[in-house]
Design a binder for this molecule. Structure first.
Ligand SMILES: Cc1cc2nc3c(=O)[nH]c(=O)nc-3n(C[C@H](O)[C@H](O)[C@H](O)COP(=O)(O)OP(=O)(O)OC[C@H]3O[C@@H](n4cnc5c(N)ncnc54)[C@H](O)[C@@H]3O)c2cc1C
Length: 247
């Protein structure tokens, strides 16, 4: 398994300078960052960028926004003891405070939305893997596609469902968009699904042959989901995740 704490993903992408527009807490341990690129930033929904802490130290983050928005939205989780993302966020905060820009490489990865496919879609997110599926869901909405979309978002505690109102709103507006939050360790009062998020998919959809499946989250989740989905009929070529390159 590749260690992303010393990330050395090689890339031919051009480095782009970005102004830091905003840093906002989504939860006590997840921050939203908005960057404004000073040069054109070309990417597809579902791709990621690398934040350059130095020429050698590049850290990948899914791009939560879509290219039409002209700004780059990131969701950075900084759980206690995780210096990989904590150092990335600290770098952005430091540059912002000093009135300096950050450098990123955009348009990376192979797990972007396949818009030419008509198959129904499962979007599987674990934790901040939501950033990736959020971009894909926005692109599908913009393209006014009609195939069913099932967005499963698994979190440990329900307060980590930081875009819940917006997703519920979408689900109420579009007949083909379905939102299924899954809480692993619910507290009293949670009335939705519980357990591991990929197990909710397995319970709901008996045959996965027909689906395109997009996956982002902890590497362990991506690996377990890929194998379990394949056993339930999913076609490996129709499952997409940049995490697969790391496991
Ligand atoms: C290309 C790339 C892009 C990345 N983009 C980002 C980014 O935008 N933001 C960011 O913060 N980090 C990013 N990372 C780093 C990494 O993917 C995240 O740290 C990770 O997704 C964070 O998960 P979490 O702690 O939020 O999920 P957790 O809170 O650990 O888990 C959420 C849910 O996932 C499921 N799950 C977790 N573990 C397992 C398991 N072992 N088996 C089955 N199910 C499980 C459960 O349903 C759980 O409730 C990226 C990494 C790469 C390589």
């Amino acid at each position: 398994m590749t260690d992303i704490s010393t990330n050395t993903v090689s890339t031919l992408a051009t480095a782009i300078t970005c102004d830091v527009i905003a840093i906002e807490a989504l939860t006590p341990s997840i921050s939203k960052v908005i960057l404004s690129p000073q040069q054109p930033a070309a990417y597809h929904a579902g791709q990621y960028l690398q934040l350059l802490l130095s020429a050698e130290d590049k850290r990948p983050f899914s791009i939560a926004s879509i290219a039409q928005h002209n700004q780059l939205e990131l969701h950075i989780g900084t759980p206690a003891g995780d210096n990989w993302s904590g150092a990335a966020l600290a770098h952005i905060q430091q540059q912002h405070r000093a009135g300096l820009q950050v450098m990123v490489e955009v348009g990376l990865g192979v797990a972007q939305l396949r818009l030419n496919s008509q198959r129904p879609i499962i979007l599987l997110a674990g934790g901040t893997g939501f950033s990736y599926v959020y971009a894909i869901a926005q692109a599908l909405s913009e393209a006014k596609t009609s195939q069913p979309v099932y967005l499963y978002w698994g979190v440990r505690q329900q307060d980590a469902l930081y875009y819940q109102p917006q997703l519920q709103h979408w689900a109420g507006q579009a007949d083909n968009f379905h939102y299924i939050p899954v809480v692993q360790q619910p507290t009293a009062g949670w009335q939705g699904r519980t357990g591991l998020v990929h197990e909710a998919v397995l319970a709901d959809i008996a045959a996965l042959e027909d689906y395109d499946i997009y996956i982002a989250g902890p590497f362990a989740m991506a690996g377990v989901a890929r194998e379990a989905f394949a056993q339930q009929g999913a076609v490996r070529e129709h499952m997409f995740a940049d995490a697969f390159a790391y496991i």
